[in-house]
Design a protein around this ligand. Sequence first.
Ligand code: ATP
Length: 374
Amino acid sequence: MVRPHEAVARRRVAVLPGDDAAPEAVEATMGLLEAMALPVEWVVLPDGETMARKFSRPERDQLIRETVDSCAAALFGATSGKTGAVWYLRWGKDTYANVRPVRWREGVPSPLRDPAGIDYVIVRENLEDLYVGIEGDLGALRSSGLDLRPHGGRIDVSPSIGPATAADGRFAVKVLTKENTERVAHFACRLARERKGRGYPGKVTCSCKYNVLPQSDGFFRHTVAAVVAGYPELDYEEYIVDDFARRLVATPRDLDVVVMPNLYGDILSDEAAATVGGLGVAPSGCYGDGFAYFEPVHGTAPDIAGRGIVNPTATTLSAAMLLRHLGLALDASRLESAVDATLAAADNLTPDLGGRGTTRSFTGAVLSRIGQGR
Ligand code: ATP
């Protein structure tokens, strides 16, 4: 039962299955978690279709807020809009650092000839950049008094068509704040430091388009560099984002912890996922100072919904990140090891990994490697 305004229990976790194929992956993952008999209280909401059928939009939104507020963390499938106000997990709970591990696991097919040893983490800023969602008509921007000639009039050209002259057009605002960039950079540094303690190189790589956007991405770059300078035990490097896109295919083993603004991080972490086997195996966690939620990198995979073949690995590995966040590191390792062993044995792999297994048969194979109880 949800008790919205009580003190949040440390291990009460909201489960939002989401929409389309996502609930199939969440249900499979919950089967594993429940079999593990963990000291966690799971508060499971209905999937998006059921939510939309049973509740009005305001009721759904309120249910999500109250449930999330009563929990310390959440496991989330993915949404195509049916579930309700899942944006509350991000902006409502201030989860500013999206952590997307990129690690190749034995047995997983990769388009790279040799993916062995790829093991780094992308930390994507999660709240700002173009995702502030401020868009509008070009005319409104023009009347703001902003100089809309190329480079604000600092270069002596006047193209026949452009924002200063076009009759019709739209704009989107990209915002990067110092406070938020600093806390994401600190998050990346703490992660790199913690990984260094586990034998990783202890390096932070910053990437964005600072050559073309010195005022915004240049600001992100300098802010990150200044924060990393406060961690003398860490190395630091920076790459323009197009060069970085090449590097994560050509030399991915050189990476440790990567920090990027929201949009580049979103796009490039999908590319990074492809190098280690695709979206079906890519987990993520979104961390704030008082709350965190965990979700696969993939969306709702509507094209395969209802066919029983969605790969639950990304969601299951996201759940392992959740367990680690809750202080259940041994259980997290137990779950991950069972997934790793199942993948390595190519046991009932789902079609996205070239197998003939189903969501259910793959999950059964993982379960047989976990064993029952704690
Ligand atoms: P979004 O805009 O929310 O990212 P999308 O439909 O653009 O959604 P995905 O849902 O991530 O993107 O799906 C992209 C492709 O990858 C689809 O063909 C989908 O079936 C496939 N895919 C994604 N996740 C999985 C998964 N867990 N198992 C198998 N295939 C998947």
